[in-house]
Design a protein around this ligand. Sequence first.
Ligand SMILES: [Zn+2]
Length: 275
Amino acid sequence: MFLKSLIKLIFLLFSTTLFALEHNPHQGGVAVIELKEFIKKPKVFFQSNEVKVLEKEGKYFAVIGIGIDEKVGKKHIVAVNQNKKVSLYFNVTKKSYKKEYIKLKTNKRVTLSKENLQRFKKEKAKSTKVLKSFNKTLSSNLEFISPLNGRISSTYGKRRYYNNKPKSPHKGIDIATKRGTSIVASESGVVKIAQEFFFNGNTIYLDHGEGVITMYAHMKGFEVGEGDFVEKGEVIGYVGTTGRSTGPHLHFGIMLNAKAVDPGIFVADYRNKSK
Ligand SMILES: [Zn+2]
C-alpha cells in the first residue's frame, strides 16, 4: 500500500539511530561485556536465561538486561562454546527512580476480581513464555528506532501507585499522542503476541531473536497478527487507550533475557528524558 510505504519511509528518514551501546550495569540497565576469550560465537547465560551476543567488527559482546529489582553487587555470566567455558563478572549498581501517583476512575484494574486475576495470570504466562524464548534464527544489531513521535509522558522505572496502592514499577516508556497515530516496529521481528491484555490493553510483542523483545501496549487496534514478520519501520497498529490507561498513549518496552530495561539506553530520542 502506497500510504503505508510512505509512512515507513518518513519514519526511517527522521528516526535517529545513533547507536553507541555502553556498559550501563545499573538496575534497569544493560551490561555489555566483551568476550575476548572467544574467536567463535559462544553461548552466554545469566541466571537462568540465555543472553544476547552481539557481533561487531569481528568481536563478540554479551548484552545483558538487568531487571529494575536486581540486587546490587557482583554478578556472573557463563560463556561457553565447544572448546571453552569461562565465567565473567560485572557489578550491578543502584539506580533510584521517581515515584508516580496515578488516579483511576474505578478500582477494577487495581484490586482484581477472581475472574480478572485468573485472566491476568493466563496472560502473564503467555508473555513470560515469549520473554524467556531464545530464537536463534533472528539476530538484531540492537539499533532500535522510536515507534512513533510524541510527548514522553512517563519514563522508565517509576514506582507506581494506582489509587494510592503500590503496584509494580513502570517497565517501559510512555509516549502520549493523538488516538489513531500509527505505531511502527522499532526493529524487524516476528509478532509473537497480538492480543487484548487485561492491564496492557491491545498489546503486541515482537521477537527480534536471541531473547530480545519489544512490546507495544494500550493500542487502539492492530495492523499485524501473530506469526507475521514485520520490518523495522512497518506500521503494526495505532495509538489508543485500552487496558489500564488514563489517555491515548503508547507504552513501549524493550526486554533482554526476560528483563525489561530502560528503552532510553537503546533509543536516542528517549535518552535523558525525565518528567
Ligand atoms: Zn507505560
